[in-house]
Design a protein around this ligand. Structure first.
Ligand code: AMP
Length: 426
């Protein structure tokens, strides 16, 4: 039997309902925020991720799915969403249309990671990218999105961690200080960190292997290297979060895995015991130089990405069930030879905005009622020979167990009145 590739999973049953619920919620929330949906290809030129995400990140050095197509092009399955959105923003000159452009996306990402709880090779991210504003207001707005989303879902145990990496000047001064600090300890650091030392010493602070070394704890702090602009920016972000009553923890060890961040970085953590670093539900920050790095104009951006799988684990952990879907409105039981009337009205009912289904297995009334228990429709429409001969339907209110005889062409009026929710039957 052929099996799914390692690190992937299928969506059906409860997971399918959870996913649909999530998609609807996110789509409606993003409408309220006035963000536009954007979709970019699942694969891009490999160089986009090398230049965009950064050559010193694990994502790019170890985890990409790279391949050559038949035209000998180097392509990569996208490991994250930002680089593709930025590429599209530049290539389509979207920036020329308006000074501010705010996007959201939802789709699969691919990383060749060791599969484990909360870590897949194909996983789904919802994310946003807001281009055009240097104002810390935008950082605060972007942070508020996952916070509000978690609130709407009813998640309680979340913690918002924020930090600043400062602007390029502050960041470069800090990098130099980190290099000076770590140089004498280079031999003690893991191979990855030795590499990071020259490429991006900030990433050493993010290392899971060297985490407990004394030299990590005594490393210089970014706060001592921030220039006035960077300090002011961070102070304003905090002030705006305060005014939205968003609680946060300032976490100076937060540097994030990607190379492109400037100023604000943030992560939102769930409280799932035994989940370790997989507790991080989403992460993001400001990237003032990424658009320019990818040959675009000098336009700043702020964004984040949220992992669907970890969110669902956190919801399970807090016993929050988002898999409940609405019962269908009408279930048709055609208990007659000719099913033409049944399929005709099934079609009419659906096209009038009601959810409906019917028996396709030619079952008896008894076994039909058995299968209906699972479906739990609001109404059952019975079409037997009598009904066909009299141009009527027998309509049963499944909850109240009340039966009506109605004329066939009055069915939509009936549903408008009772399912449409204007008048209570009683
Ligand atoms: P990143 O793009 O690495 O900042 O990740 C953002 C979010 O995506 C994380 O907080 C996770 O929720 C999710 N994520 C990242 N990598 C994986 C993975 N391999 N499997 C599942 N979720 C992931």
């Amino acid at each position: 039997m052929i099996q799914k590739p390692k690190g992937t999973y299928d969506v059906y049953g409860k997971l399918s309902k959870q996913t649909k619920y999530f998609e609807k919620l996110v789509s409606s929330l993003m409408e309220k925020y006035n963000y536009e949906y954007i979709r970019t290809p699942l694969f891009e030129s490999s160089s986009l991720f090398h230049r965009g995400v950064g050559d010193s990140t694990d994502i790019v050095t170890k985890e990409t799915y790279d391949f050559k197509d038949k035209g000998n092009r180097d392509l990569t399955l996208r490991p994250e969403g930002t680089a593709g959105v930025v590429r599209s923003f530049i290539e389509n000159k979207i920036y020329a249309e308006s000074l501010l452009n705010k996007f959201w996306y939802f789709g699969p990402m691919y990383r060749y990671e060791r599969p484990q709880a909360g870590r897949y090779r194909e996983f789904f991210q919802f994310g946003v990218e807001a281009f055009g504003s240097l104002d810390p207001l935008m950082d605060a707005e972007v942070i508020s999105i996952p916070v509000n989303l978690f609130k709407l879902l009813g998640l309680k145990g979340i913690k918002v961690h924020i930090n600043t990496l400062g602007d390029m000047e502050s960041r470069n001064n800090y990098k130099e200080a980190l290099k000076k600090h770590f140089e004498p300890f280079l031999d003690n650091l893991c191979d990855d960190c030795k590499n990071r030392f020259s490429k991006n010493p900030l990433r050493i602070l993010d290392c899971k292997v060297d985490n407990d070394l004394e030299c990590m704890k005594s490393a210089p702090k970014i706060t001592d290297y921030l220039n006035e602009i960077s300090k002011k920016h961070f102070e304003s972000v905090k002030k705006y979060l305060d005014s939205m009553n968003i609680e946060y923890i300032i976490d100076e060890s937060l540097v994030r895995g990607l190379d492109y961040y400037t100023h604000t970085v943030f992560e939102v953590e769930a409280n799932v015991e035994g989940f370790g670093s997989q507790n991080v539900l989403c992460g993001g920050g400001r990237y003032n130089d990424l658009v320019k790095t990818l040959d675009g104009p000098e336009i700043p951006g702020v964004g984040f990405a949220l992992g669907l799988e970890r969110l669902f684990t956190a919801l399970d952990y807090e016993n929050i069930d988002i898999s409940e879907s609405e019962n269908i409105d009408v279930y048709i039981m055609p208990l007659c030879e000719d099913k033409s009337v049944a399929i005709k009205y099934l079609n009419i009912i659906r096209m009038n905005g009601y959810s409906a289904d019917m028996d396709y297995l030619n079952r008896s009334m008894k076994s039909n009622f058995k299968s209906v228990e699972k479906l739990n429709p609001k109404y059952i429409l019975i079409i037997g020979e009598d009904e066909i001969n009299n141009n009527t339907f027998t309509l049963k209110n499944n909850e109240k167990r009340v039966e009506y005889k109605i004329e066939q062409d009055k069915i939509i009026d009936f549903l408008d009145e009772f399912v449409g929710g204007y008048i209570d039957e009683d």
